[in-house]
Design a protein around this ligand. Structure first.
Ligand code: ADP
Length: 423
């Protein structure tokens, strides 16, 4: 008999889903992440994280997809739900955090919900309702220039109020630090005043642990990945290696990198400097004959795979990326490179690679799609936010261990050390 699902999560993007799953695993839950809403029944796990791509789509569509995920999770027996949003609260006055939270609450018959993107371990803290990114206010961080969701107000009570129905209140740190009882009293008071959402302050892990206890009976929480560390304790679960256990790793090893973020540039350089075998993809050659480039990468990789991990990368400096974008267009350059790297990732698996590291959020999405991955069991963390995952029976017919690294995550030696974490 499979165990009951303790927590049903809906994440508004793919790498955010993995980040949440990683935190739940670290706190003792066995977790499966699904890509979109599955058609079949839930796998055996303590929690399921349904990864959507709903952060910046039209609010009505985000609501529709989120409710679809909710109904599937309810059908699996879930009684508590977690809407995972970005730790920088990426949204606009139109949504999508508010409209989705409102719709989930309506569907659950809930009249109150705690909201916090706080994740102190990742330098996201909330104090007096204001979100800090490192030591600056959200509105003074790089997020103020985000192309899709510029965050120009750090006051989350105001930000949430602008995009949701009902009143938004605050559970300040002075209350949070008194612990579970104090938080519960404040929640009762706010509910009595007709408040629908409360932004919750948290500046350290102890705050998230206390909040987690106070949320034991809450039907819904809207949060970044931080609150996840405080929920497994409500089910008697404690951090354990067993929660992160994956089937043994076998097969050949490879790395595919389409991220041009600073951290990834260092990781590529570190791998090459250490003598690793690496093949650079030139995006301009992809314009002419993409298939020829893919074939060249594969014939380079094939004889080298047996000797250890090979790296195929398009990672380049900002200047080089700009030059390509000016020639090809931003969208087309991105799509060309993603398509090529996804095809290479899939072909490497067809050639026996069973341990695959992918660098880049969009690149990871493209590779996972090419492999036909529908769900992944979450395993041990390599670096914060990046766990090893295990996808059984991908569309290539193979079981594959995957590490999907979003741009700026990971230490410089990430590519060299990651395979060791599976051993
Ligand atoms: P990150 O997580 O670092 O943002 P992503 O994979 O999400 O990485 O995004 C990187 C984008 O840049 C992808 O669309 C990818 O195809 C594109 N790209 C990768 N290499 C190059 C390059 N050399 N020139 C232009 N675009 C590139």
């Amino acid at each position: 008999m499979t165990r009951p699902l303790l927590l049903g999560c809906i994440a508004d993007d793919f790498t955010g889903a993995t980040d949440l799953a990683n935190n739940l695993v670290r706190a003792g839950m066995q977790v499966v992440q699904t890509i979109g809403v599955p058609e079949q029944a839930a796998p055996d796990a303590d929690a399921v994280v349904v990864a959507l791509k709903s952060r910046t789509i039209a609010p009505e569509e985000a609501v529709r997809q989120s409710l679809h995920a909710l109904r599937w999770l309810q059908a699996q027996g879930c009684r508590q739900f977690y809407f995972k949003v970005c730790s920088t609260f990426d949204s606009t006055p139109q949504g999508n955090i508010g409209p989705v939270a409102d719709a989930l609450m309506d569907a659950l018959g809930a009249d109150f919900c705690c909201v916090t993107p706080a994740f102190p371990e990742n330098a996201r803290t909330v104090f007096q309702g204001h979100l800090f990114v490192g030591d600056v206010l959200l509105s003074e961080s790089g997020m103020r220039n985000h192309p899709l969701t510029p965050m120009t107000d750090a006051n989350l009570v105001r930000v949430m109020q602008a995009q949701s129905r009902g009143r938004v209140g605050l559970i300040p740190h002075a209350v949070v630090r008194t612990g579970e009882e104090g938080i519960l009293r404040r929640i009762a008071q706010l509910r009595g005043e007709g408040v629908r959402f409360a932004i919750v302050d948290a500046i350290g892990n102890e705050d998230l642990m206390a909040l987690g206890q106070a949320l034991a009976d809450a039907p819904l929480v809207v949060a970044g990945s931080g609150v996840a560390i405080g929920l497994p304790q409500n089910h008697g679960l404690r951090p354990s290696a067993a929660a992160a256990a994956l089937p043994p790793a076998i097969g050949l090893r490879a790395i595919v990198s389409g991220s041009c973020s600073t951290a990834t540039q260092q990781q590529v350089k570190d791998f090459i400097d250490a003598g690793g075998a690496a093949f650079a993809i030139d995006p301009l050659q992809l314009v002419g004959d993409g298939d020829a480039v893919i074939r060249a990468a594969l014939s380079w990789a094939e004889p080298r795979l047996a000797q250890g991990p090979v790296l195929v990368y398009s990672t380049a400096t900002p200047d080089a990326v700009r030059a390509v974008q000016q020639r090809v267009g931003v969208q087309d350059a991105g799509a060309l490179v993603e398509h090529a790297l996804a095809a290479i990732g899939k072909a490497l698996v067809q050639r026996g690679v069973r341990q695959l590291v992918v660098a880049g959020g969009e690149t990871s999405g493209a590779v996972v799609q090419a492999l036909g991955v529908e769900q992944m069991r979450i395993g041990p963390q390599i670096d914060p936010g990046v766990p090893w995952c295990f996808a059984a029976a991908t569309a290539c017919g193979a079981d594959v261990h995957l590490a999907l690294k979003s741009g700026n995550f990971g230490t410089p030696d990430f590519f060299r050390k990651s395979f060791g974490r599976l051993a």
